[in-house]
Design a protein around this ligand. Structure first.
Ligand code: NAD
Length: 477
């Protein structure tokens, strides 16, 4: 048990305190928000054992009941969203409205995914035999979540894994564990013990999970660099893996757009959540005819946006979420400055503590600039000029990443033709960032392995099992 007010892990349906604790900082003030349990190896073993113990009964629970309980998880999160948004803002940095949206997206995902069922495919059905392929649960899923959308992206994993009949050990990011812990505590009254275990820890816990022989599948969202380590570690026990990794999404803007309107939409495509979105627009290729006009419109719009502490009224964009990422973004901006690229910044950032970076545009750097080639994951955006569509497509595709991209034009057919040529898992036309629980979402190239969402996403939590029934009196040899 834990002291009142303290944060507890959820293991086997019960609150479990840490044997050690770690501080979680508010990125806007650098003050301690709370202390999270630092899961020991023995506690991880206990969580895996609880999940293994709960698996036979959970997989035998009728699908409709599993779906009902996953929908109930959504309702619980929805009920708590108004209160938990303050905690989420404090640990993540995003403004209250965006924190509430993250919670409500988590709720929405649970509710939507609870309407999905793994299919049964009839392969053969004749007088002699019937062959069906079912999709059966894998076992214990280890879910590893990032810090940018701590609740929604965790529920992208929890909902399909549980509906499909798996049990789970979920690990939030050490930078944003507290809201997830609170949700776990609330769900102790909802789910059978052991079905959803939530553990928090620091750098060792993720690798312990990916190497753990009692975990059958890892569903990971995070950077490409860590994704490679996850896959290497999972190989030792041949765990199934789904990897949702980094992106370097290109937007291609044709010369026929309404410049002001596109500037505002592109701004949010790139800077929502302070640019810390896997599918944020991270490079913009603009036709030379409208380049200067669009750069001016973007900077003018940026000047109207308020950066600050997400807990303060009127703030549109919060800080960078943690010091490590802050250093990385500052380093990329510094590199651009040293290389002599033209920079345009907008807006004031608060003085004093907090990981704040002004909104920054880099004016037409070369394609091999670090700010173009690397994932910035922060409020800095390179804008590049192009002359021909073929050139823009080639430059957009010249990346190891392949998560998403967008095309902007009033000519839908021209935009659709470009969309089909982009080497990414999602392409938007005249918008960006739109995702639904019902559409496959995943990265090409080094942006990932497998998909989340939709029925394909749910099938990633299953093994196909073909059952062949030789019919009595069916004849034949
Ligand atoms: P990260 O890779 O640093 O960490 C992600 C998670 O992995 C955290 O919970 C972390 O504790 C854990 N982890 C770290 N090292 C590990 C290891 N060796 N083994 C197992 N687990 C380990 O990523 P982040 O900084 O939290 O998130 C930002 C990155 O995530 C960006 O690159 C972003 O593009 C990507 N991302 C991708 C998607 C997507 O759906 N494709 C969504 C959101 C974020």
């Amino acid at each position: 048990m834990t002291e009142p007010g303290a944060f507890a892990m959820t293991i086997g349906g019960r609150p479990v305190a840490g044997t050690a604790w770690f501080d979680v900082l508010n990125p806007a003030t650098e003050e301690v928000v709370g202390r999270a349990p630092d899961c020991s190896r023995a506690q991880l073993d206990a969580a895996v054992e609880a999940a293994r113990g709960a698996f036979p009964a959970w997989r035998a629970t009728p699908l409709a009941e599993r779906q009902r309980l996953v929908a109930r998880i959504g309702e619980v999160i929805r009920e708590l969203a108004g209160d938990l948004k303050y905690l989420l803002t404090a640990e993540q940095g995003k403004p209250h409205a965006a924190a509430e949206a993250d919670l409500l997206d988590g709720a929405r995902w649970c509710e939507a995914v609870s309407t999905l069922s793994p299919p049964v495919i009839v392969n053969e059905d004749d007088a002699e035999r019937r062959s069906e392929t079912h999709f059966v649960p894998i076992g214990v899923v280890g879910g590893i979540a990032p810090w940018n959308f701590p609740i929604a992206l965790a529920m992208w994993k929890v909902a399909p894994a549980l509906v499909a009949g798996n049990t789970m050990v979920l690990k939030p990011s050490p930078f944003t564990p507290l809201t997830t812990l609170r949700i776990g505590e609330a769900l102790q009254a909802v789910l059978p013990p052991g079905v959803l275990n939530i553990v928090t820890g620091q750098d060792e816990l993720g690798p312990w999970m990916t190497a753990h022989p009692g975990i059958d599948k890892i569903s990971f969202t995070g950077s490409t660099q860590t994704g490679r380590k996850v896959m290497a570690s999972a190989a030792a026990t041949l765990k199934r893996v789904t990897l949702e990794l980094g992106g370097n999404d290109a937007a291609i803007v044709l010369p026929d757009v309404d410049v002001r309107d596109t500037a505002e939409k592109l701004f949010w495509a790139a800077f929502f959540n302070a640019g810390q979105i896997c599918i944020a627009t991270k490079r913009v290729y603009i036709h030379a005819d409208i380049y200067d006009e669009l750069l001016d419109a973007l900077t003018a719009y940026a000047a109207t946006v308020k950066v600050g502490n997400g807990a303060h009224q009127g703030v549109d964009l919060g800080p960078i979420q943690n010091r490590l990422q802050y250093r990385r973004v500052v380093d990329l901006i510094e590199d651009a400055r040293q290389q002599g690229y033209a920079l345009r910044t907008a807006g004031e950032v608060p003085d004093g503590p907090g990981y704040f970076v002004p909104i920054t545009f880099v004016d037409n750097p070369p394609d091999d600039a670090r700010i173009v080639a690397e994932e910035q994951f922060g409020p800095v955006l390179p804008l590049m000029k192009f002359d021909s569509v073929d050139e823009a497509v080639a430059r957009a595709n010249a990346s190891d990443y392949g998560l998403a991209g967008s095309v902007w034009s009033q000519d839908e057919q021209a935009a659709l033709a470009i969309a089909g040529r982009l080497e990414t898992g999602t392409v938007w036309i005249n918008e960006a960032l739109h995702v639904t629980p019902f559409a496959s979402f995943g990265g090409h190239k080094q942006s990932g392995m497998g998909v989340e969402n939709g029925i394909d996403g749910m099938l990633e939590y299953t093994n196909p099992q073909t059952i062949v029934l030789r019919k009595a009196g069916g004849g034949g040899a």
